[in-house]
Design a protein around this ligand. Sequence first.
Ligand code: NAD
Length: 483
Amino acid sequence: MSPIDYRQLYIGGHWRDAATSATIDVQSPSTEDIIGSVPRGSEADIDAAVAAARAAFDDPDGWSTWHPKLRAEVLEKFAAELEARGPETAARVSMQNGMPIWLAQQFEAGFPPLLLRYYSEVMNGAPIEEERAGMLGGTALVSRQPIGVVGAIVPWNVPQGISFLKIAPALAAGCTVVLKPAEETVLDAFLMAEAAAAAGLPPGVLNVVPGGRDVGAYLVAHPGVDKVSFTGSTVAGRAIAETCGRLLRPVTLELGGKSAAIVLDDADIAGSIESFFGATLLNNGQICWLNTRVLAPRNRYADIVDTITALASELTIGDPLDPATKIGPLVSRRQRERVEGYIAKGKQEARLTTGGARPAGMSRGWFVEPTVFADVDNNAVIAREEIFGPVLSVIPYSDEAEAISIANDSVYGLGGSVWSSDSARAANVARKVRSGTVGVNHYVNEPVAPFGGVKDSGMGRELGPEGLAAFQVYKTIYLPPAQ
Ligand code: NAD
């Protein structure tokens, strides 16, 4: 296949030369070949993109002032252009980060148009301005204003899905956006820019500047930015929060996790194995909310360890573009080294039941076998730190109270799940888990409900009407008492 090369950046509604001739070269995690390149954004490109977004936002007749129904018409065209490119988007993501293609079709091709339509509906579903009879004689006009120019910074693991958790509500609210994709996944972002251009998004409403963490940090601190929305590691989130704190700049942070799947003693894991796989090992273990700690009751411990071991050992490992593949490669050599470091640690700390090595006969690509450790102590490094690979830790517990206490004994609080043949019982346990989201017998990010973390997993929420509110600010006009 010939490489996908872009020579210009999408800024201010046009394709234009980057400020420098540096490039980002994308390496396939399966074949290790270079599969494409884009210009590497620099500070000067961020300046140009923020200026374009600023001008679009401040235009007195521009995007931010349009009736939401007019914006919805453009966003519908954007959704349709994305759909037309859906198969190509899914393939590009798979080729760049190793996401199995069937998952890329859902998360990367399917989710973005769905979110654009959903947020247009939410925006149009509530009045922009509300009149409140005052207690002091006057009337208050309370409106929800778009917050301004948004700096959106995203990771490589679910690049399109995560980008649209930000872009869809921001644009529906009337904000303008500068998106900084991760260096590993840029080719999908440029395809998305092509869709935006084809849809007729007004110039400057959406701008894309790829680059590394320096460029990201520059965007966060840029004086032309009104709001930062970040998804990525807790370490980077902390640095971004510090900058935003100093600047008094609103920020939403979706960070790391070490979520727990609590398997109750009446659970039928074997009977819901697809859902269990989805909650624990999806995307080669590279999703922030994955339930990588599995808490199993002592009275069924051996049986549950066996079921999970069988699940992990039977997954088809291979080319992410092959629809039969359940586990593709990790995103990069660096990521595999990191994951292998944790596996080595796990071998000292716990009992390996399957995996723990590179798959036999695969000499190219950053593959790692799905790996399960049993008899893990919740204080072990592999139970405390986010690994971001296909590695599960099974931790025994004696009763429900202990399971909840182990689940909550983490610096993170992003996802989680409870498994039981009694959903009401499971929901009661779920209520006691200190986390932003918990699934019962499955885990999905439901678009209508808020998603986000507590503790080191971040602050603020995406999805649901709450995800729109993150891009709005209230404004009150006090009307005088009637004469
Ligand atoms: P990362 O934090 O290193 O990078 C994420 C993005 O932030 C990239 O675009 C990167 O260039 C940029 N960046 C890094 N440091 C920055 C800084 N100081 N200032 C501004 N931008 C900066 O994360 P990663 O290793 O690429 O991604 C994996 C991490 O993302 C995991 O920890 C995972 O849990 C987390 N994640 C969280 C969610 C969520 O919704 N909570 C979703 C996906 C991934």
